[in-house]
Design a binder for this molecule. Structure first.
Ligand SMILES: *Cc1c(COP(=O)(O)O)cnc(C)c1O
Length: 392
């Protein structure tokens, strides 16, 4: 199998599984229990918290574990809205956010909040002037993702942090795709809240975290026991959290090396596709993107049949985001960048890891060339595309 869908989820690293195993077995204590079995579980949870805090430059007590990135995003958006509504009911976000943010915003719009969705440019970067112009005296929250899950485009978070800081507006970033892959420091970026998820960086599924800067009066999301400093009730997912901590330590140790490998593989794949497959378009900024992200539109094709052709050769890629799979809706991220619905649905995303090899990418390119040519020979859309091109 050739796995090029690390943006959807990652293989758990062996040392992560190793770290988790005791907590799926004999070390089953409840971290809230006072006897040693419980105390050991609590210690393990806090050790993970320390590792994760260290990776983003936060204090340990600013990290709150959740069931994943989706919960962290929903918590940040909905609780900020609820907690700060006395100061205003206006939220600013972008058109290219993950659905966990966009649909939480939709939910809030139905409950009397007003949301401004800022545009991005043709390369997927948030227009800073548009974002600044959207800020109002009654704006209570800005949420802009650190890196996009479809195109890997890295947003100017530090610049946005300066704008929000100046105005005293709370700033949340969905850091799920960036965390563990590129340096993310909450003070350097000037963010007040940051979401992350373990399974996007070599950890297990079903666990994530929300960083909340000290002093931000974010209401709790789940009511119940006093876990997570009374902010997120529910018995902790101890094995998951321990795995998340191990993944964070592993990422911290190897980030530069991994990113370097990914960048080389990424640039190799981009170059080969551009040189060997006619009429394709790289989606997203060429440089300001995650080291492992490659996203191409193949003109006159649908992403889905191409994806299935690759799957026949045991190559895993995705058409748009994983959450879109099976839906025929063109990607909201690519259409926001100005692609036509036709171009957006002809996109494939390859998300690499440092463990991939050039030989694997060679096989992928061969399969792509063959499949794209075969599918295009039967595609009236491609014929129409070529006619338009030749008339230009
Ligand atoms: C995967 C992802 C999420 C959701 O995280 P889960 O842990 O799968 O719930 C949120 N935002 C972004 C940008 C993602 O890539």
């Amino acid at each position: 199998m050739i796995y090029l869908d690390n943006g959807a989820t990652t293989r758990m690293a062996p040392e992560v599984l190793e770290a988790m195993l005791p907590y799926l077995g004999g070390e089953f204590g409840n971290p809230s229990a006072v006897y040693s079995l419980g105390a050991r579980a609590k210690k393990a949870v806090n050790e993970a918290r320390r590792s994760i805090a260290g990776l983003v430059g936060a204090r340990q007590e600013e990290i709150f574990f959740t069931s994943g990135g989706t919960e962290a995003d929903n918590w940040a958006l909905k609780a900020a809205a609820e907690g700060f509504k006395a100061r205003g009911r206006h939220i600013v976000t972008t058109k290219v956010e993950h659905h966990a943010v966009l649909r939480a915003c939709g939910y809030l719009e139905q409950r009397g909040f007003e949301v401004t969705y800022v545009d991005v440019d043709g390369e997927g970067l948030v227009r800073l002037e548009a974002l600044e112009a959207a800020l109002r005296p009654d704006t209570i929250l800005v949420s802009v993702m650190t890196a996009n899950n479809e195109t890997g485009v890295i947003q100017p978070i530090r610049e946005i942090g300066a704008l929000t800081r100046e105005r005293g507006i709370c700033f949340h970033t969905d850091g799920v795709q960036a965390f563990g892959h590129i340096p993310v420091n909450v003070d350097h970026l000037g963010v007040d809240m940051l979401s992350a998820s373990a399974h996007k960086c070599g950890g297990p599924k079903g666990v994530g975290m929300l960083y909340v800067r000290r002093g931000v009066g974010l209401p709790s999301f789940l009511q119940g026991g006093g876990q997570e400093d009374h902010r997120r009730a529910g018995t902790e997912n101890v094995p998951g959290i321990v795995g998340f901590g191990a993944a964070a330590r592993r990422a911290a140790d190897r980030m530069e090396e991994q990113a370097g490998k990914e960048r080389q593989l990424r640039d190799y794949l981009i170059r080969r596709i551009q040189e060997e497959i006619p009429h394709c378009r790289l989606n997203g900024h060429r440089e300001r993107r995650l080291p492992g992200n490659v996203n191409f539109t193949f003109q006159g094709l649908q992403g889905e049949p191409l994806l299935l052709a690759l799957d026949m050769k045991d190559i895993c890629v995705s058409a748009g985001a994983a959450c879109h799979a099976g839906s025929l809706e063109p990607s909201h991220v690519l259409t926001a960048m100005g692609l036509s619905p036709q171009e957006a649905s002809g996109a494939l995303r390859f998300t690499l890891s440092g463990e991939n090899t050039r030989e694997e990418l060679d096989q992928v390119v061969e399969c792509l060339k063959e499949s794209a040519a075969r599918l295009r020979s039967m595609s009236p859309e491609y014929e129409a595309f070529c006619t338009v091109q030749s008339e230009k």
